[in-house]
Design a protein around this ligand. Structure first.
Ligand SMILES: NC(=O)c1ccc[n+]([C@@H]2O[C@H](COP(=O)([O-])OP(=O)(O)OC[C@H]3O[C@@H](n4cnc5c(N)ncnc54)[C@H](OP(=O)(O)O)[C@@H]3O)[C@@H](O)[C@H]2O)c1
Length: 265
């Protein structure tokens, strides 16, 4: 992975769906792209297909739930002296059903996964890099009851406090009291509420190094997750993400956007 002249982008969960299209659009815009995925065969095939189109895309394995896998990517970058100009935290799951196991797995992937990758790649990030959290309109604060909304939106919320809140959700689901405690019966929605809160919390740390971090909703997109009846093409959804990945240096940070327009938290 030699550091080239092109700016370098890393995209998680990019063997299919929006992640793969984000890789294509970023590479077409002149980035060298590291397409990552947890399945080596699928990831390598997706990267090879884009590379055959003349795009600077290469594959690295990355399971966002696995500390060793994430550390492996960071070490790989460190070994070659590469610095990351764009990080797109795209990997996510939307499981069927709702129980403590679904809550645990969803939070581990959609929330802790993005936190883990961002944390690990921060030392490898170029000054002025862009970090994009691929969120969802389903993660707006209205997804949870007013008392929880206040906690997620609290200006004094810390990362430890946010992690505790998320763990409380998983525990409440396990104890069958999530409804009483104001949580929806959707681990996906809670994972994105938490991801949005993390986006806001990261601003001060990242600002010190000139990094911009924003959450983005791609809209309802025709992927395996969105289904064939969704209203948007994958190209259109990915454009919403790429907009935040390629912001000008004086662009916004700590916001929530769809198609470049601000959404309410
Ligand atoms: N589609 C929509 O309508 C919609 C709407 C709002 C937001 N979003 C968000 O957009 C993003 C992309 O969604 P999509 O529609 O493209 O979904 P998708 O087609 O289901 O793709 C999800 C991707 O995430 C990967 N992934 C899951 N768990 C992972 C893990 N532990 N480590 C690494 N990669 C992992 C999957 O890899 P595998 O192939 O190995 O499973 C796959 O590449 C997600 O954050 C999603 O929440 C989508």
């Amino acid at each position: 992975m030699p550091p080239g002249k092109r700016p370098l982008a890393v995209v998680t969960g990019a063997n299919r769906g929006l992640g793969r299209e984000v890789c294509r659009q970023l590479a077409a815009a002149g980035y060298e792209v590291i397409l990552t995925g947890r399945d080596p065969a699928q990831g390598a095939a997706a990267a090879a297909e884009l590379a055959q189109q003349g795009l600077a895309v290469l594959f690295r394995p990355l399971d966002v739930t696995d500390d060793a896998s994430v550390a492996g990517l960071a070490d790989d970058l460190a070994r070659t002296g590469a610095t990351v100009d764009v990080l797109v935290n795209n990997a996510a799951i939307a499981l069927k059903g709702f129980n403590a196991d679904v809550a645990r797995r969803t939070i581990d992937t959609n929330f802790y996964g993005a936190a883990r990758v961002t944390d690990a790649l921060l030392p490898r990030s170029a000054a002025g890099a862009r970090v994009v959290m691929v969120s969802s309109g389903l993660g707006q604060l209205t997804a949870v009851a007013p008392a929880l909304r206040r906690q997620f939106a609290d200006a004094k919320l810390t990362t430890a406090g946010l992690f505790a809140l998320v763990e409380k959700f998983v525990a409440d689901v396990g104890q069958g009291r999530h409804g009483l405690e104001g949580w929806p019966s959707s681990a996906y929605n809670v994972s994105k509420v938490a991801l949005n809160a993390l986006t806001r919390l990261l601003v001060p740390t990242l600002k010190k190094r000139g990094l911009l971090v924003n959450a983005v909703c791609p809209g309802w997109v025709r992927t395996d997750m969105g289904g064939s009846g969704a209203s948007r093409s994958v190209e259109e959804g990915a454009r919403s993400i790429v907009w935040a990945a390629t912001l000008a240096a004086d662009g916004p940070t700590g916001g929530f956007f769809r198609d470049g327009s601000r959404l309410a938290w």
